[in-house]
Ligand binder design. Structure first.
Ligand SMILES: O=C(O)[C@@H](CO)OP(=O)(O)O
Length: 215
């Protein structure tokens, strides 16, 4: 049975400052680099064979650190990028006007095609994330891949595998460098296709970051 590990990148400067990144970028903090190192140790113990990362800087750096620990190459896949948050990227969560907060809420509370101006919808995000996950089915038998991606992107993927709407992602707490696992199974008794084994595991981290809403 194919097991795919899903990792959110390490803490970044803007995560720590409560600034919206989306497809804009900021560097990992020292804590973020340490978190990635701890994922690397777990990845080595798990026997990860492939690391596939979003091509944004924060995920590339996280993936490089994990790869160095477990001796795999990193492949980049732009489908694993964070949601494009349009005109709100780079802004502090606390600085949004009422109208801007309304765009964000429309997105996270859910209309199928709600989007921040110049941004992407949760439906579009879900489609590309499922595309990247399904590509793992083409890896050689016995592969154990790890995908390195982002909070909303992974939350959307896990939510939709569970049959929840994409915007249910905000009900999942996927902290920086948390690990989730989804398995592909064929079963006459149980669900066939992707199933969620774990979501948001942080037991490998000695100092987990708060998520943005808890800071
Ligand atoms: O883009 C961001 O600001 C956050 C949103 O959750 O995502 P990540 O830090 O995981 O890229």
């Amino acid at each position: 049975m194919l097991q795919v590990y899903l990792v959110r990148h390490g803490e970044t400067q803007w995560n720590a400052e409560r600034r919206i990144q989306g497809q804009s970028d900021s560097a990992l903090t020292n804590k973020g680099e340490q978190q990635a190192q701890q994922v690397g140790e777990r990845a080595k113990a798990l026997g990860i064979t492939h690391i596939i990362a979003s091509d944004l800087g924060r995920t590339r750096r996280t993936a490089e650190i994990i790869a160095a620990a477990c001796g795999c190459d990193v492949t980049l896949d732009a489908r694993l990028r964070e949601l494009d948050m349009g005109v709100l990227e780079r802004r502090h969560l606390d600085s949004l006007t009422e109208e801007e907060e309304g765009w964000r809420r429309q997105l996270v509370n859910g209309t199928a095609d709600g989007r921040i101006p110049d941004g992407e919808s949760m439906l579009e995000l879900s489609q590309r994330m499922h595309g990247a996950l399904n590509a793992c089915l083409d890896l050689p038998e016995g592969s154990r891949p790890m995908l390195v991606s982002h909070g909303m992107a992974l939350g959307c993927l896990v939510s939709t595998i569970l049959g929840l709407p994409a915007w249910a992602e905000r009900r999942l707490r996927l902290r920086n460098c948390s690990i989730s696992r989804v398995d592909y199974q064929q079963s006459p008794w149980l669900a066939s296709g992707w199933v969620v084994e774990t979501a948001g595991d942080i037991s490998h981290l000695d100092a987990p970051a708060l998520d943005e809403m808890q800071r």
